[in-house]
Design a protein around this ligand. Structure first.
Ligand code: NAD
Length: 486
């Protein structure tokens, strides 16, 4: 049995926690590790250490920081398969998806490794006579990172590579449900030559987060997780004068117009809805399909969903649909199936049936004839669960999407350029897909969720992340050149 350790000041430390959370392989329900729910004192110690290290790391040359990230990139590429296997083991997603996730994480290191270019400031040589202005970017201090279970690698990589590239030090708290990957990644960071104290890891839950929120030495918080916790972290962090970015939940609407290429749309909508067992903040969990093609789409989509191979991806690389993360998530999804039936939607594929006995499985679940206001349309279920609404027009589809409190992303399937433009100009959502099942985040662009899918100003990734992890000095200087004319 693996015991998860904390990592502070370059030392692997056994936590003094009294409480531990079981870490499961959700594919067979076996306990594979124990994760400590570390105390506030332990978290405080890690923060103090990170604050001390910041005094030197923040002044290290950009080129030496960049070199470590280049080295880390190489090491991660060499360990891709090993890391992907760990993700499959503790999260349940299939090996191909896990490898994709590792690739996305590595892209964030590649982005951060070009920090010398990204950190350059602006200047104006003549803002008044002999007066010039320069703008410089500086790190902000200790960053606390709080991650969810669904991307054990990609999400922490939205945080720590860019934070440390900018000269900050970091205390990461992975999800207590999937802490194994971050252990291995931290060992690889050590191997890449990251100095002690720059990246620290404290495992746990609420107590660790509470210390992050209240400790005056934490300058910024990057959070990714559910809506309620995101809102809480944002509000409380701001009350304690911290810079906070909180990426939260989702209920993404996929719009299918009557001219869409049905075969291609079905394949991509299947990936969007059931990939990673629907445990993706970009999952296409609501499908709005134009009435003219609804019967044909629903029939083909259901047929394709029935053919998906469900099982324990840690033991079979051909599995498409792995488990959800815990028994509670499985039971919660089953309650939503009962709710959908009560609400009067048509259950056309029931995820309670034909699933393995061991592990925490939900089969692909499809409800047709859903309506706005139903809980299965409104709430994030975070499982392989799709709610289909039949619509008369693109305009009606957009109006429906707007009534949902979330607005992380939205996709459209059509070959009509004017419809694509109308969608782009009118939909309230931050991540848009055109003829794609998932508008996945990439390191070089900000991840732009809207409404209750995001709390804060500056998003993660892209140029936003550099601004989030830095503060600026604007220097105005007068250097009288007249004497050289004499
Ligand atoms: P979660 O909110 O339960 O947990 C996220 C983090 O918050 C974890 O590290 C957890 O330990 C901590 N936490 C949980 N309860 C807490 C509390 N009461 N006080 C303080 N901290 C607490 O989320 P999850 O179930 O791990 O992840 C799934 C959620 O994350 C979904 O809602 C999904 O949409 C969202 N998500 C969003 C994005 C995005 O980019 N918007 C990306 C990935 C996941």
């Amino acid at each position: 049995m693996r015991l998860i350790k904390n990592y502070v000041d370059g030392q692997w430390i056994e936590s003094k926690a009294k409480e531990f959370e079981d870490v499961y392989n959700p594919g067979d329900g076996e306990v594979i590790a124990k994760c400590p729910l570390s105390t506030r004192d332990e978290t405080k110690e890690a923060i103090e250490n990170a604050a001390e290290t910041f005094k030197t790391w923040g002044k290290t040359s950009v080129l030496s920081r960049q070199k470590i990230l280049f080295k880390l990139q190489q090491i991660l590429v060499e360990h891709t398969d090993e890391l992907a296997r760990l993700i499959t083991l503790e999260n349940g997603k299939n090996f191909k998806e896990a490898k994709g996730e590792v690739g996305r994480g590595i892209e964030n290191v590649e982005h951060a490794a070009s920090i010398a270019n990204l950190l350059m400031g602006d200047n104006l040589s003549t803002i008044a006579t002999d007066v010039e202005v320069h703008n410089y970017k500086y790190p902000i201090g200790v960053i606390a990172g709080i991650a969810p279970f669904n991307f054990p690698m990609m999400v922490p990589f939205w945080m720590f590579p860019m934070a440390i590239a900018c000269g900050n030090t970091v205390v990461m708290k992975p999800s207590e449900k999937t802490p194994i990957l971050m252990q291995r990644v931290t060992e690889l960071c050590e191997e890449a030559g990251l100095p002690k104290g720059v990246l620290n890891v404290v495992n746990g839950g609420v107590e660790v987060v509470n210390e992050f929120l209240e400790n005056p030495q934490v300058a910024g918080i990057s959070f990714v997780g559910s809506k309620n916790i995101g809102e809480l972290v944002y509000r409380k962090g701001c009350q304690h004068d911290k810079r906070v970015q909180a990426l939260a939940g989702a209920k993404n609407h996929t719009i299918i117009l009557k001219d869409a290429d049905i075969e291609d749309t079905v394949t991509k909508a299947i990936g969007g809805a059931f990939g990673s067992a629907g445990e993706r903040c970009m999952a296409g969990s609501v499908i709005l399909v134009e009435e003219e093609i609804a019967d044909e789409f629903v029939e083909k989509f259901t047929k394709a969903a029935k053919e998906l191979k469900v099982g324990d991806a840690s033991k079979d690389d051909d599995v498409f649909l792995g488990p959800v993360i815990r028994k509670e998530n499985q039971e919660r999804t089953f309650r939503y199936i009962e709710k959908g039936i009560e609400e009067g939607a048509s259950l056309i594929l029931d995820g309670r049936k034909n699933i393995p006995e061991k592990g925490f499985f939900v089969g692909p679940t499809i409800f047709d004839n859903c309506k706005v206001g139903m809980k299965i349309w409104a709430e994030e279920i975070f499982a392989p669960f799709v709610s289909i609404i039949r619509v008369k027009s693109l305009k009606e589809a957009i109006e429906i999407a707007h009534q949902n409190e979330f607005a992380n992303g939205s996709c459209i399937f059509t070959n009509n350029a004017a419809a694509i433009r109308y969608f782009r100009e009118n939909i309230d959502a931050g991540m848009l897909g055109v003829n794609l099942g998932v508008p996945a985040p990439v390191a070089f662009f900000a991840f732009s969720g809207w409404k209750h899918s995001f709390y804060g100003d500056l998003h993660c990734n892209g140029k936003d992340s550099i601004l989030f992890y830095t503060r600026r000095k604007v220097v105005t200087s007068q250097l009288k050149t007249g004497e050289f004319d004499k």
